[in-house]
Design a binder for this molecule. Structure first.
Ligand SMILES: [Fe+2]
Ligand SMILES: [Fe+2]
Length: 296
C-alpha cells in the first residue's frame, strides 16, 4: 500500500499549482511614473485614524488627504517589517527540510512573494514621499528575537494576524474607485497573492495546534497577544500626525479614543480573531494585551 503524502504536502502541492497564474510582477503591472492624483485619498477617509474627531474637523481637505498618505505609508512600513521577519522564519524552516518536498518548495515560493511585496511597498513609500515608519525600540528587539527563534503555533498565528488585518484594509481599498490608482493597484496585487499565504498559514496553524495540544500553548498565547497588540497599536505610527502639524502624542491619544478608529480595528481583526479563538489561542493573561490592541 502506498502511504499518502502528509497533509501539509497536499496543501503545498495545491498552492504551488495555483500560484503561477496568480503571481504579479509589480514592475510590469504598476505604472510607477504616473503622477499621483492631487485630489484623491490614499485610504478611504472613514478609515483614517482621526476621522470624525475634532482634530479631523480642524483639518483642511488637503491636510486630510496628506494624513491618509502617511497612514497608508505607515501600514506598508509595518507590512515590510512583518514580511522581513516572515522571510527569515520561512528560510530558517526551509534549511532543515527536504528540498524535493512540496512543503519545502512552497515555503520558498512564499519567500519569493514576500520579496516582491517588500520591494513594491518600499517603492510605494518613495513614490508617496513618505518615510519608512519604524517600530519602537522594544518591538525592534522583539522582532529580531522572533525572527531568530519563533516556530510552531506562535510563528504562524503572529503572521496570520498581520496578514489578515492588512488583507481586510487592502481588500476595501482595492475595490474603492475613489482612491489613488497606485494604492488600489498595490492593494490588489497584495490581496491576490496573500490569499494563498492566509490559506497556508491557517491550515498549518490548525495542524500545529493539534500536535501541540491546546493545554501546552500558554506561552504561545502570550506571544500571539503581543503580536496583536503591536499590530493594533503600530499600524498607525504616531509620527504620521506630524505631517499635518499635530504632535504625535496628541494624535495618538485622539485615535486611541476615536470610536471610528476602534470600530475599524475590530472590523479588520474580526476574521482572524474568531479563527484564533476557535483554535483556543486567545486566553490567559494575554487577553489584556488583546483588549489594548483594539482588535477585540
Ligand atoms: Fe506580503
Ligand atoms: Fe504574506
Amino acid at each position: 500500500m502506498v502511504t499518502p503524502p502528509p497533509a501539509r504536502d497536499v496543501t503545498a502541492t495545491r498552492l504551488l499549482r495555483s500560484s503561477p497564474p496568480h503571481t504579479y510582477d509589480p514592475d510590469v503591472e504598476i505604472d510607477w511614473d504616473a503622477p499621483l492624483a492631487p485630489d484623491r485619498y490614499f485610504v478611504p477617509p472613514h478609515r483614517c485614524s482621526l476621522y470624525g474627531t475634532p482634530l479631523w474637523e480642524s483639518l483642511t481637505e488637503a491636510q486630510r488627504i496628506t494624513l491618509t498618505r502617511h497612514e497608508v505609508a505607515s501600514v506598508a512600513s509595518l507590512g515590510i517589517w512583518f514580511e522581513t521577519i516572515l522571510m527569515q522564519l520561512l528560510l530558517r524552516d526551509y534549511y532543515r527540510q527536504d528540498p524535493t518536498r512540496s512543503h519545502a518548495q512552497y515555503a520558498l515560493t512564499e519567500v519569493a512573494d514576500e520579496c516582491r511585496h517588500s520591494v513594491m511597498f518600499g517603492r510605494m513609500l518613495s513614490k508617496l514621499g513618505c518615510p519608512a515608519y519604524r517600530v519602537g525600540m522594544l518591538d525592534d528587539l522583539l522582532g529580531r528575537w522572533l525572527a531568530a527563534t519563533a516556530a510552531g503555533p506562535r510563528m504562524f498565528a503572529a503572521i496570520l494576524i498581520a496578514e489578515e488585518v492588512l488583507d481586510a484594509l487592502q481588500r476595501e481599498s482595492a475595490a474603492d474607485e475613489s482612491l489613488q490608482p497606485l494604492i488600489r493597484m498595490v492593494s490588489r496585487i497584495h490581496v491576490i497573492e496573500e490569499a494563498r499565504h492566509v490559506r497556508y498559514a491557517r491550515e498549518e496553524l490548525a495542524r500545529q495546534v493539534r500536535t501541540a495540544g491546546r493545554s501546552r500553548l500558554a506561552y504561545d498565547r502570550m506571544i500571539i497577544a503581543r503580536a496583536a497588540y503591536l499590530t493594533g497599536t503600530r499600524m498607525v505610527a504616531p509620527e504620521v500626525y506630524r505631517s499635518v502639524g499635530i504632535s504625535p502624542e496628541v494624535g495618538r491619544r485622539a485615535a486611541r479614543t476615536n470610536p471610528h478608529h476602534l470600530a475599524t480595528l475590530r472590523w479588520a481583526g474580526q476574521r482572524v480573531v474568531s479563527y484564533l479563538d476557535e483554535l483556543g489561542l486567545i486566553g490567559g493573561p494575554g487577553v489584556a494585551l488583546w483588549r489594548r490592541s483594539g482588535l477585540i
